[in-house]
Design a binder for this molecule. Structure first.
Ligand SMILES: Cc1cc2nc3c(=O)[nH]c(=O)nc-3n(C[C@H](O)[C@H](O)[C@H](O)COP(=O)(O)OP(=O)(O)OC[C@H]3O[C@@H](n4cnc5c(N)ncnc54)[C@H](O)[C@@H]3O)c2cc1C
Length: 385
């Protein structure tokens, strides 16, 4: 389908595809098998100015938008979404700073992120606070010169590898979510350490780790926005970033579709390529329809975000839910089309199926996002304008 991308966007997309095919593809299986953080690829992405794309020009960035980011994430995910999420987590880690940070904070941190010298991470989830993020227990108590952070964050992407962390903590325990604030925390801050490194089903090259804060002093100037704004800012930046998860899902599904088409043309059974079977053709056709529909919704949502629209929470949730369900279905069907070898690690589709699952879980599970969409529907009595 023609998406009327600008020349710059076409260039960005083909550059991301080249990096994915030339640099990631040869080591994809090894990264997954060894569960090693893809530092060499992060360097390639930095050398190609990919981290500059989402940073404004005044902080050494290229001033791109959400659609630009989606194009890069999609192309990287088509080959390896573990690499893609390691890249995308830096954009999420920088997002509260980008949207709500002071000029001094931006000057201090964004040029390093733009150059890919320092990765970022975003830390909200805790052992007792997943879907119910308002149940966080990590506290940031006022102290001389700043705030003292205590608590544990769980499942943090880029944990241990990133240098800059956006951490959501309670500055007023009595107020619950309304007492949450956002802080910038540097990796080498005393009292900040890393706990369990998760062993995952998919996106295994990415790092998912526990963050531990024990009397960790954050300087006063590292609060982002005002006290009590942490939760609202978080919800807003997640609305912006969810199309990125949609793009990750579209990329995974596209990779699986291509692998399935290839295999179906080459695998001979009963004297013919299995592609000649109508049952297989219809599966492939349905996969292609779903991938294109997901891509169209993700791009349209990213364009809405880039247009400066104020409220896109619903579209953002829809694009993430739809694309991730598509990724799960399409990768499962791809494994089916490859038959026995689809189940083996020698072929990429079993990895794609494992990788697809997380897109239905993080940045709001699909059930929780369906709750949010349904709640909007009730408000509007189901009528879209
Ligand atoms: C690989 C990975 C990377 C991650 N990266 C990050 C990160 O970088 N930063 C970060 O802060 N977090 C991160 N997370 C956390 C992620 O966002 C949460 O796992 C997710 O929001 C779900 O929370 P939970 O795991 O506690 O599940 P729970 O909230 O315990 O949910 C369990 C089940 O109950 C369902 N459920 C819960 N409440 C409802 C409801 N009201 N209605 C219907 N169903 C409901 C859920 O949909 C789910 O099926 C990551 C998680 C993983 C696995």
């Amino acid at each position: 389908m023609e998406y009327f991308l600008t020349e710059e966007q076409k260039t960005l997309k083909s550059l991301a595809r080249r990096i994915a095919e030339e640099r990631i593809l040869p080591i994809r299986a090894e990264l997954d098998e060894k569960e090693e953080f893809p530092w060499s690829i992060m360097k390639d992405l930095a050398d190609s100015d990919m981290f500059r794309v989402f940073i404004p020009e005044e902080y050494d960035g290229l001033g791109g938008g959400g659609l630009d980011l989606c194009l890069i994430i999609e192309e990287l995910s088509r080959v390896c979404s573990g690499v893609a999420v390691s890249y995308a987590a830096t954009t999420l880690g920088a997002s509260v700073l980008l949207e709500y940070g002071t000029e001094e904070q931006k000057q201090k941190y964004l040029p390093d992120i733009a150059a890919g010298r320092r990765l970022a991470a975003f830390a909200l989830t805790e052992p007792t606070a997943g879907s119910d993020a308002s149940a966080i227990k990590t506290t940031a108590e006022r102290a001389l010169g700043g705030y003292v952070l205590n608590g544990t964050k769980q499942f943090i992407t880029n944990g241990g590898e990133a240098e800059i962390y956006t951490v959501i903590a309670l500055t007023d325990k009595a107020k619950g979510a309304r007492g949450a604030s956002a802080f910038l925390l540097e990796k080498d801050t005393p009292g900040f350490s890393f706990g369990k490194k998760e062993k995952k089903m998919g996106i295994r090259t990415s790092s998912t780790r526990e963050l531990i804060f024990r009397n960790c002093l954050i300087p006063e100037e590292n609060i982002i926005g005002r006290e009590g704004m942490g939760f609202i800012m978080t919800m807003k930046v997640l609305d912006r970033s969810r199309p990125g998860i949609g793009a990750q899902a579209v990329g995974i599904a596209q990779g699986a579709l291509e692998a399935a088409v290839d295999y179906a043309q080459n695998r001979i059974q009963f004297g013919h390529p299995i592609y000649s079977q109508q049952a297989v053709q219809h599966m492939l056709a349905d996969m292609a329809i779903q991938v294109e529909a997901a891509r169209a919704l993700v791009y349209a949502t990213a364009r809405t975000v880039d247009s400066g629209a104020k409220n896109f929470a619903e579209e953002s949730a829809m694009s993430k839910v739809f694309a991730s369900d598509v990724a799960m279905k399409v990768t499962t069907d791809a494994v089916q089309i490859l038959g026995g070898v689809g189940y083996m690690r020698d072929y990429p589709v079993e990895k794609m199926m494992r990788d697809a699952k997380i897109t239905q879980i993080y940045e709001g599970t699909n059930q929780v996002l369906r709750n949010a969409i349904a709640s909007e529907l009730r408000k509007r009595k189901g009528i879209r304008t």
